[in-house]
Design a protein around this ligand. Structure first.
Ligand code: NAI
Ligand code: PYR
Ligand code: MG
Length: 360
C-alpha cells in the first residue's frame, strides 16, 4: 500500500503522523511511504532522514492526498484537507467527530474510510490510541493551570504548592481516567491539594489505592461538583464518554461560585468540553475569561511537546496502522478493536456512539 504523511496544519501543531522510525517499519513490510516536505520539522527530523529510510519526499500536501491509499495524520483534517480525501482511501488520525458535524459531513461527502484513533479499543479495555496523548495532556494540564494562575497572566496569583505557612492551591480534577490521573500526579508532585471526581466507584477505589491518601476522591454529582468549585483554584476537565460529546458538568451560573480569577483547564474540549462556557482555543491564544474565571481550552495540547508526543503516539498507532496497510479497511472487520475505530465508511457514520451523538 502507498502510505502518505502530510504536514500538520492546525494552529501550532508540530507532531507528525509517522516518525522516520515508524515509516521504516512500513517500508520493511513492503509498503511505500510518501512524506510532504517538512512534515518532520517539528520533531527535528529532516526530509533527508525520511529519504534515508526509503521514503519519497513530495513537495505538496496535494500530491500526498492525491496519490496515497492511506493518509496517516495526527489531528482531524481541516476543511481544505477533507475536500482532498476520496472514496477508497483510508484516513487514520484523531477525528473527534461528535462535537463537529461539519467535519462529519465533509468526510461523508468525500466517501473516505476514516478510522479515528480515539475510538479504537484495547484488549484490556480502554482506548490505547488516545491514552498516550491523554498522558501527555494530563501532565501538561497542570503546567497550563499553574501558568494561568500567575497574576502576570491574569490569574489569581496562587503558587501551586504554596510555601511553609501558606496553603497550597486546591486542584479539582473532574474525571479520573488517563488525563485525570496524570494531572493528579503532577499536581501532587507540585504540592497542591488535590480532589478527583469520577462516576465509577471501582475507579475511585483504584485512585484511592494509587495515591495512598495523597488525593481525596469524590463521587461526581452536580451537588458535589458545586461544593468543590467554591474552594478550587484550578479545575481540570478530564471526563470522557467514548464517542460522545462531553457532558457539561459546570453550567455558566456556577462560575459565580468560584473564587475570582480561578482557572478552568478543559482538556475534554476536543469532545466539545465539559464546562458550558468552554470554546476551543489555540496555543497562540490559549486563554480567555468568562465571569472572572480564566478558561484554558486548547484542543491539541500535546502538539506543544511534539517530540515526546509524536513518539508516544507512533508507539501506539503502529500495529494498527500496519494492519490497515496490510489488509485495507477489511482490517476493521477482522479486528474487534479496530471495528469501533471506523467512524466513516462509504458516506455513512458507522460508529454507533458517534452517530448517536451527532444525531445522524
Ligand atoms: N485537549 C487535548 O489536547 C487532549 C484532550 N484529550 C481528551 O481528554 C478527555 C479525557 O480522556 P481520557 O482521560 O483518556 O479518558 P478516560 O476514558 O481515560 O477517562 C475519562 C473518565 O471520565 C469519567 N467520567 C465520565 N463521566 C463522568 C462524570 N459525569 N463525572 C466524573 N467523571 C466522569 C469516566 O468514568 C472515566 O474515568 C477526552 O475527551 C480526550 O479526548 C486527550 C488528549 C489530548
Ligand atoms: C487527543 C487529541 O486531541 C490530541 O492529541 O490532540
Ligand atoms: Mg467570582
Amino acid at each position: 500500500m502507498l502510505v502518505g504523511v502530510p504536514k500538520e496544519i492546525k494552529n501550532h501543531e508540530y507532531r507528525v503522523g509517522l516518525t522516520p522510525e515508524a515509516a521504516r517499519e512500513y517500508i520493511s513490510r513492503g509498503h511505500a511511504v510518501i512524506v510532504e516536505t517538512g512534515a518532520g520539522a517539528g520533531i527535528d527530523k529532516s526530509d533527508a532522514e525520511y529519504a534515508r529510510i526509503g521514503a519519497e519526499i513530495v513537495s505538496t500536501a496535494e500530491e500526498v492526498f492525491a496519490r496515497a491509499d492511506m493518509i496517516v495524520k495526527v489531528k482531524e483534517p481541516q476543511p481544505g484537507e477533507w475536500t482532498q480525501l476520496r472514496e477508497g482511501q483510508i484516513l487514520f488520525t484523531y477525528l473527534h467527530l461528535a462535537p463537529d458535524p461539519d467535519q462529519a459531513r465533509g468526510l461523508m461527502e468525500a466517501g473516505v474510510s476514516a478510522v479515528a484513533y480515539e475510538t479504537v479499543t484495547g484488549p484490556g479495555g480502554g482506548l490505547p490510541l488516545l491514552a498516550p496523548m491523554s498522558e501527555v495532556a494530563g501532565r501538561l494540564s497542570i503546567e497550563a493551570g499553574a501558568q494561568a494562575l500567575r497574576a502576570n497572566n491574569g490569574g489569581r496569583g496562587t503558587l501551586m504548592g504554596g510555601v511553609p505557612g501558606v496553603l497550597p492551591a486546591r486542584v479539582v480534577v473532574l474525571g479520573g481516567g488517563v488525563v485525570g490521573t496524570q494531572a493528579a500526579r503532577m499536581a501532587v508532585g507540585l504540592g497542591a491539594d488535590v480532589e478527583i471526581f469520577d462516576r465509577s466507584l471501582p475507579r475511585l477505589r483504584q485512585l484511592d489505592e494509587m495515591f495512598q491518601g495523597r488525593v481525596s476522591t469524590r463521587y461526581s454529582t452536580a451537588g458535589t461538583i458545586e461544593q468543590a468549585l467554591t474552594a478550587a483554584d484550578v479545575v481540570i476537565g478530564a471526563v470522557l464518554i467514548p464517542g460522545a460529546s462531553a457532558p457539561h458538568l459546570v453550567p455558566r451560573e456556577d462560575l459565580k461560585l468560584m473564587k475570582n480569577r480561578a482557572v478552568l483547564v478543559d482538556v475534554a474540549i476536543d469532545q466539545g468540553g465539559c464546562f458550558e462556557t468552554s470554546k476551543a482555543t489555540t496555543h497562540e491564544n490559549p486563554t480567555y475569561e468568562v465571569d472572572n474565571v480564566i478558561h484554558y481550552c486548547v484542543a491539541n495540547m500535546p502538539g506543544a511537546v511534539p517530540l515526546t508526543s509524536s513518539y508516544a503516539l507512533n508507539n501506539a498507532t503502529l500495529p494498527f496502522g500496519l494492519a490497515l496497510a496490510e489488509k485495507g479497511v477489511k482490517a476493521c472487520a477482522d479486528d474487534p478493536h479496530l471495528t469501533p475505530g471506523l467512524n466513516v465508511h462509504q458516506g455513512k457514520i458507522v460508529n454507533e456512539a458517534v452517530a448517536a451523538s451527532l444525531g445522524f
